[in-house]
Design a protein around this ligand. Structure first.
Ligand code: ZN
Length: 415
């Protein structure tokens, strides 16, 4: 029996003994931990959903006595009440080592000066990176979620070599720098590490075109439920995110919920070492494409090469399933659009109407008005549905800091 499997069995026994809800789910299927004798058996175990975690709100999922919890984090709560996750000292140490691994694979070293633009609050982003990167020996500029002008002030004064933020915020910083006449090449950034939202290839290209083509732009992936960033971590070859060996991953078919042999499916994660908040077969809601091809960096763990969307973020318009990331890729294919866009869906005479507002790079969108019918025709031929595409002037769509809300679905409000 391999060591990782032994560790997993310990985790399974713990959750079976301490978590009544998961124990009940197992009993319903008539299985006990002793029935699981190898990795193949894992599919016999019940899946865990976010709803399960919230059912024992606020602290029911924590599997250690309250006195052993050293810190709390919570998910952003964009889809309901925030999920509260406890961390023991062992969890905090595990997260530190995961962040060190994540930073190292991204090419970050102890001499780097790192500006962290994630919130230092209940969200895991800020503190995770702060803890791990301090341990690695880096210098930190913890600007958190302060105003864009202030972020740029410290960037100019201290000159970070690494910027950690979300893709949309990185572009938002660039827009503001341009507006203020700041030459970003003088900041001497060498790495931009993004997370919190998915990075499409077209967005990666936009970031490089803005900040400098020699800057390494890579991403990582994680969630509060699994301690924070570092479930997936992209190396400097920029070819997708290596899955972290501290966890066990499966892909399931999003419709049947059964394991799939295809390289596309919903990612399901099992924690092996998390102490306070262990998860068995947790449905991430993220639809991903995985490759097992060897990476040039020498790390042979499978990689997430594409995010196809979230199972709960999938738009259904006129009966057609479509992901926001697909729309983004479509829009960014045109070189004259900025990175800012919004998708609005409403109903007119019982029919779904899809409207996309997208910003022109410059201030006079009138000059490319003639392209509108062509873009709408391209959209129809690509997705099979019609859309209204409005090209608006630069900075006309309000920008948000933190998680960007791209979609406004008004269908529930109107008939
Ligand atoms: Zn690699």
């Amino acid at each position: 029996m391999d060591k990782k499997f032994q560790d997993f069995k310990k985790q399974l026994n713990k959750i079976y003994n301490k978590n009544k809800l998961y124990q009940q789910k197992m009993k319903k299927l008539n299985i006990s931990p002793s029935d699981i004798t190898n990795w193949k058996d894992i599919k016999k175990l019940p899946l865990t959903t976010k709803k399960d975690l919230l059912e024992q709100y606020p602290e029911g999922w924590n599997c250690v006595p309250k006195k052993d919890i050293k810190m709390y984090h919570a998910s952003s709560g964009t889809t309901g009440k925030p999920l509260i996750v406890g961390l023991t000292q062992k969890d905090i140490d595990l997260r530190k080592s995961i962040i060190i691994e994540d930073a190292t694979i991204a090419g970050i070293n102890k001499d780097d000066i790192i500006q962290i633009c994630y919130g230092f609050g209940m969200f895991t982003g800020g503190f995770s990176f702060y803890d791990g990167l301090r341990e690695l020996g880096c210098k930190i500029i913890p600007t958190g979620t302060m105003s864009t002008e202030n972020q740029l002030f410290y960037m100019q004064k201290i000159k970070p070599t690494v910027l950690i933020s979300s893709p949309s915020h990185v572009m938002h910083l660039y827009d503001k720098a341009k507006e203020l006449g700041i030459d970003v090449s003088k900041i001497s950034l060498r790495i931009i590490r993004v997370g919190s939202e998915l990075l499409t290839e077209s967005m990666r290209n936009k970031i490089k075109a803005a900040w400098g083509k020699n800057i390494s732009v890579t991403q990582d992936y994680g969630m509060t439920e699994t301690l924070g960033p570092g479930l997936g971590m992209e190396c400097t070859y920029e070819k997708g995110m290596h899955l972290n060996n501290h966890f066990y991953f499966e892909l399931i078919d999003p419709i049947t919920q059964q394991p799939t042999n295809k390289n596309v499916g919903e990612l399901v994660v099992t924690t092996i070492y998390n102490e306070c908040f262990p998860l068995i077969r947790y449905k991430t809601n993220d639809l991903v494409e995985i490759t097992k091809e060897k990476c040039e960096c020498g790390n042979h763990s499978p990689r997430i090469v594409k995010f196809l969307g979230r199972t709960d973020d999938m738009l259904k318009v006129k009966g057609v399933k479509i992901f926001v990331s697909q729309i983004e890729d479509f829009l960014f294919h045109y070189p004259f659009f900025s990175h800012n866009y919004e998708i609005i869906i409403n109903k007119e005479k019982y029919k779904d109407i899809l409207t996309i507002n997208v910003e022109y790079k410059n201030n006079n969108s009138e000059e490319i008005k003639e392209y509108k019918p062509k873009i709408e025709a391209d959209f129809k031929s690509k997705f099979g549905i019609t859309s209204r595409i409005n090209i608006v002037d630069n900075n006309e769509i309000p920008q948000t800091i933190g998680k960007v809300k791209r979609v406004r679905d008004m269908r529930k409000l109107e008939v």
